[in-house]
Write a protein that binds this ligand. Structure first.
Ligand code: MSP
Length: 540
């Protein structure tokens, strides 16, 4: 819902209400709206970029399965000096360069089965026009003024820094020399929003997550906010400032608005009201200030609602430092996909480490976890269960004849896994969510070891008991196929195909988990191994 700004007093009241979270979350808002950062097209993706997007996709799929209407946005950030430089180095125009690079990002997302609902490019008219309109409005209302900027700028970050943040002439993040610029720029009165930002962090602590990031942002703002330079004149690859086109917009002012332009800012009010505010902006910790300081201040100035939460995750590291192309440590997702497949890839980056903290990447630990959890625990469970169903019941899932203690215990583990998974996903902890699911996988393996169906099969008097055991195992696998779906959609589909359950029958989690006898009479088909083992040598 947009806030009507007719006078300054109204504007102040509207901002206060937005900070308190009291602005009606548009009466028509009906969509869980989740975003990734939009990626710079100066280069191709590495696994650090894909980390944000894989996690975002997990959340998007989970919310869809929980029966919610979801809008999941990603895209590419195509303006700015960094892209202009990349284009120049390759002897093409910036737009030619962006056109050449962006399909490579989509290709990685396709291979990773990223289920985005929209992909925005910031060079599209649907983005640039509303961006210009909004900035013009801020200028007209006195939030933007002309002055001279003098100070350091890191092109790799596309960020202005305080001189005190520069270490030996190097950018604190990229450790590369910064540029010192002195230009006449337009400035946004960011400093005027400092008190309101602090009030925002205090009254809505969930706005910046995890807590460590909220504290960081809070002390940054309390340390004093400078007004922000929002235009550049020394290069031309950007959205022109509408009232003074020799200036182009600072790339972040244009980029942040992708979150609102993609859902109809200035074009489709009805759609905008159904979708905005974003429920979750997922970002890496290096772009926290832009999202937790500049973005809410801009939205306050524009009279738009604030996002509900910004969650900043940590870095994938190599040798203790952020993996990056700049430091030549970026690993292509394709390399890992070739060995581990989309599901193995996704599982690793969801399960390993704690979302929010830095974590090292290593082939060895990826291989070890893949083999232990996916090839052994889950893959073997499926193949041996379907083999037993095939051998003992001609591949037709039999009718159970009554549950004993072991079955009741297993049902309880399943129920708990579903419940706990939801708790952890809503707390933005994919690793803990998957740990619960794999507790259940291991419990099914134990159930098989305890019930010894291979022994039961030798005794005709135990035929009914065997039927119960095989049915219980197949039913557990069906439930697992549902629980793993947000993390490993392809494996979920393949397991369901092998079980003889139509993939499209996947219902919301809450309806799908309860025990049912829907599987009785279903014909299973033992297919190729879902998670073939990866030999350590192969990854060397
Ligand atoms: N274009 C800006 C974002 C604009 S959003 C309005 C940008 N792009 S980026 O391509 O440089 O980075 C995109 C995301 O990738 C950031 O969230 C960043 O944190 C993430 N990662 C890049 N390297 C990373 C790691 N090594 N580890 C984890 N994530 C990292 O910034």
């Amino acid at each position: 819902m947009t806030i009507d700004i007719t006078s300054n007093t109204d504007k102040d009241a509207a901002i206060d209400a937005a900070i308190d979270g009291n602005v009606a979350n548009g009466p028509s808002k009906d969509t869980f709206y989740l975003t990734t950062p939009i990626y710079y097209v100066n280069d191709v993706p590495h696994i650090g970029h894909a980390y944000t997007t894989v996690n975002a996709d997990f959340f998007a799929r989970f919310h869809r399965m929980a029966g919610e209407k979801v809008f999941f946005l990603t895209g590419t950030d195509e303006h700015g000096q960094k892209i202009a430089q990349a284009a120049e180095a390759n002897g093409v125009t910036p737009i030619e360069w962006a056109d050449r690079i962006f399909p490579g990002w989509q290709a990685v997302w396709d291979r990773l089965e990223i289920s985005y609902d929209d992909f925005i490019r910031t060079t599209e008219d649907r983005h640039t026009k509303p961006v210009q309109e909004l900035v013009q409005r801020l200028y007209d209302q006195g939030d933007i003024y002309l002055a001279t900027y003098t100070g350091p700028y890191c092109v790799a970050c596309e960020a202005f820094y305080q001189p005190s943040e520069i270490i030996d002439g190097l950018c604190p993040i990229h450790e590369r020399p910064v540029e010192w610029i002195e230009e006449e720029n337009y400035f946004f009165r960011l400093s005027a929003y400092a008190d309101r930002l602090i009030e925002l962090y205090e009254t809505r602590p969930e706005f910046v997550q995890p807590d460590i990031r909220r504290n960081e942002v809070m002390s940054f703002v309390k340390g004093g906010l400078q007004d922000l330079s929002i235009s550049r004149t020394s290069f031309s690859w950007g959205v022109p400032i509408p009232w003074d086109p020799k200036h182009v917009m600072y790339v972040w002012i244009d980029a942040l608005q992708n979150y609102t332009t993609a859902v109809g800012q200035g074009r489709d009010e009805e759609r905008f009201n159904r979708t905005w505010p974003a429920d979750l902006h997922l970002i890496g910790k290096d772009i926290l200030r832009q999202h937790a300081v500049i973005w809410p201040a801009l939205l306050m100035a524009a009279g738009l609602e604030l996002p509900r939460a910004v969650f900043a995750h940590g870095f994938l590291t190599v040798g203790g430092k952020k993996m990056s192309k700049t430091s030549l440590t970026g690993i292509s997702p394709h390399l890992l996909l070739d060995t581990f497949g989309a599901d193995g890839y996704r599982y690793h980056f969801l399960r390993e480490g704690t979302f929010g903290q830095d974590g090292p990447f290593s082939w060895e630990s990826m291989t070890a976890r893949y083999n232990a959890d996916l090839a052994n625990d889950l893959g073997n469970l499926v193949s041996r269960s379907l083999a037993m169903t095939t051998n003992y019941f001609d591949a037709i899932i039999p009718e159970p004849t009554g549950a004993g203690e072991l079955e009741t215990t297993l049902h309880e583990v399943a129920r708990r896994a579903g419940e706990q998974m939801e708790v952890h996903v809503r707390a933005l902890n994919p690793s803990a969510a998957l740990a619960e699911v794999f507790e259940f996988v291991r419990a099914v393996n134990h159930y098989i070891d305890d019930t010894t169906p291979w022994k039961l099969s030798k005794d005709p008097a135990q035929r009914d008991r065997l039927a119960t055991v095989i049915h219980t195992i197949c039913e557990a696998i069906r439930q697992i196929s549902i629980l793993i779906c947000p993390a490993m959609p392809a494996a979920s589909r393949r397991i369901r195909e092998q079980l003889g359950v139509e993939p499209e029958e996947l219902r919301p989690l809450s309806e799908s988990l309860p025990q049912g006898s829907s599987l009785v009479g279903t014909k299973v088909t033992k297919g190729a191994s879902i998670f073939p083992r990866v030999e350590v040598e192969k990854t060397d």
